[in-house]
Design a protein around this ligand. Structure first.
Ligand SMILES: [Zn+2]
Ligand SMILES: [Zn+2]
Length: 137
């Protein structure tokens, strides 16, 4: 998402754009971004500062680290960025910073649900759906 700096004034200007998720190369082995990343941002000039506030909304398929099941989910990132107006040129381009915010917000541990019971280490049953015989003993 790119905007000409002269277009940013003290009256917020609102921009929306869809970026193909694969263009941003965000995927890791257990998180795959699919379809589009929808950017919805507002740009405003506050003195010498340019404040960019908004959301990046996308869908991803995660592979749970406990039960190994895949789950598709919608994710929405609230992002606030600020720039010194003299340090940017004629155009302000926010893509790299938004991408970095998404990467910084990667979960430490990828889980389908916070209380995922995982897989039984001895019989391999998914304990979210079944009680295995090992446990009944
Ligand atoms: Zn799970
Ligand atoms: Zn078992």
């Amino acid at each position: 998402m790119r905007i000409e700096q002269v277009a940013i004034t003290s009256t917020p200007i609102h921009l929306e754009e869809d970026i193909e998720a694969k263009e941003w190369d965000l995927d890791s082995f257990d998180i795959k971004f699919i379809k589009n990343i929808h950017l919805n941002f507002e740009f405003v000039r506050v003195g010498k500062e340019i404040v960019v506030k908004g959301k990046a909304i996308t869908r991803r398929i995660i592979t749970c680290s406990r039960c190994l099941e895949e789950k598709e989910e919608k994710v929405s990132y609230n992002i606030i960025l600020s720039y010194n107006s003299s340090s940017i040129g004629d155009y302000l381009e926010i893509d790299n910073d938004v991408r970095e915010e998404i990467l910084l917000n990667f979960p430490m541990k990828v889980l389908c649900h916070n209380d995922c019971k995982g897989i039984c280490p001895s019989c391999g049953v998914n304990l979210n759906y079944q009680v295995c015989k090992c446990k009944q003993k």
